[in-house]
Design a protein around this ligand. Structure first.
Ligand SMILES: Nc1ncnc2c1ncn2[C@@H]1O[C@H](COP(=O)(O)OP(=O)(O)OP(=O)(O)O)[C@@H](O)[C@H]1O
Ligand SMILES: [Mg+2]
Length: 384
């Protein structure tokens, strides 16, 4: 089993027999007091939901109600809920499973029993794949087309307007700009993640991301030095892990990707950003051909950015449509908005003006993924 996070809230059940579970090194986490009531109080401040949440519900009358309250206040994500209680009978077990538990263990509970349950549930989880419907990528046909600007704007509207917990991953090793756009610190653990993808767990991820704004987190690769350590599997591991605690992952690709290009296959939608020029048409066409040659199964949306910047020799939208055979969105050249966005610590999608207005078309293409309103535990129960 790879390393996983665990959070245990006990009330009446003693901690001593359970504590050794944290000494095995596979599970990283804490034992806290206060049972499910403490979990409800503290859940709003969890950054990433633990992979395993263990709750002592031995003194709780309405377990289903308490679990529903917890899931409505906790951040959304995938967790395996293990409930611990006093009664040892099938009816009680069924009641706990109906309340949202993945497993129910009656007292006496010790580290061994809990560990066995965790391993069993981890085995079920390990088969999890990247969900392309919850991952989109932005890539420029050439350098400087505006793909990072648009990736940042998409991440911000997804988090802020659509209320989706979003992780923006800046895959540009040489010139990554997202930490500058959002004015946050770099995330140094990214290199270690790529070097040892099998060690990527929710704790590692939690330590490596920085919060950029409400519901928006950033993982940045800038300055890690080399693309050699980069594999498609490593990125997929990061995306898979991120999807356990986030609703949406947005990849900001470098314009001239090397091995990083494989990361595109994690995404269900690729926004191919270009400008209405002959070189833009040629390079967007080449990338689109490469993707179809590799049987890319997702959807490509072409974003024709900076329209109107150069009138002489501009290539029309219809030519892009014919060449790429996909939807083409036009965004105007709007030199005021990016500067204003930086000054106001916002992104271009939030600034009123020609670019902000037109950006709505990109926003509409973002996956309309909606979780049921009851919260994360029931979402997990229904299998996502
Ligand atoms: N529609 C637009 N109108 C005016 N300026 C824009 C527009 N879109 C992006 N820009 C500006 O273009 C510049 C390049 O944008 P950005 O860094 O997003 O491009 P990129 O494709 O990510 O480039 P890189 O190749 O460096 O990754 C930035 O200064 C940005 O503010
Ligand atoms: Mg960029």
């Amino acid at each position: 089993m790879r390393r996983e996070s665990i959070l245990i809230y006990l009330e009446d059940i003693p901690a001593e027999p359970i504590a050794p579970i944290l000494e095995r090194g596979v599970l990283v986490g804490e034992i806290r007091t206060g049972g499910i009531r403490a979990a409800i109080e503290q859940a709003p401040s969890w950054r990433v939901v633990p992979a395993f949440l263990v709750l002592d519900v031995s003194g709780v009358e309405d377990v289903a109600g308490a679990v529903a309250t917890l899931s409505s206040v906790a951040p959304q994500g995938e967790t395996s809920l293990i409930l611990l209680g006093q009664k040892d009978c099938v009816a009680e077990y069924r009641k706990m499973i109906e309340a949202g538990a993945s497993e129910y263990l009656p007292v006496p509970v010790d580290a061994e029993a809990l560990y066995e349950a965790v391993v069993r549930l981890a085995g079920q989880k390990a088969t999890g794949q990247v969900d392309p419907a919850r991952c989109v990528a932005f890539i420029g046909a050439r350098g400087g087309m505006g793909s990072s600007t648009l990736a940042a704007a998409a991440a911000k509207v997804a988090a802020e307007r659509h209320g989706r917990r979003t992780l923006l991953i800046d895959l540009d090793i040489v010139e990554g700009a997202q930490h500058v756009i959002f004015d946050v610190d770099q995330t140094p653990a990214m290199q270690q993640m790529l070097e040892a993808p099998d060690r990527i767990d929710s704790i590692f991820l939690d330590r490596s991301i920085v919060q950029a704004s409400k519901g928006l987190f950033l993982l940045s690769m800038a300055d890690i030095g080399s693309t050699k350590i980069f594999t498609a599997d490593a990125v997929a591991s990061i995306v898979r892990q991120a999807q356990q605690g986030m609703d949406l992952v947005i990849l900001d690709m470098p314009a001239r990707p090397q091995v990083e290009i494989e990361a595109l296959f994690c995404a269900g939608i690729i926004f191919l950003v270009t400008t209405p020029t002959l070189l833009g048409l040629r390079d967007a066409g080449a990338l689109s051909d490469w993707l179809s040659g590799r049987n890319y199964p997702g959807k490509i949306v072409c974003v024709l950015n900076r329209m109107g910047e150069t009138r002489a020799g501009a290539v029309r939208k219809e030519q892009f449509e014919r060449r790429l055979r996909c939807r083409v969105i036009e965004l105007p050249f709007d030199p005021r908005t990016p500067g204003q966005a930086i000054m106001e610590k916002r992104t271009v999608g939030e600034i009123r003006g020609p670019l902000g207005r037109a950006f709505r078309q990109v926003e509409e293409e973002l996956p309309t993924f909606r979780r049921p309103t009851e919260g994360f535990l029931s979402w997990l129960l229904k299998g996502g």
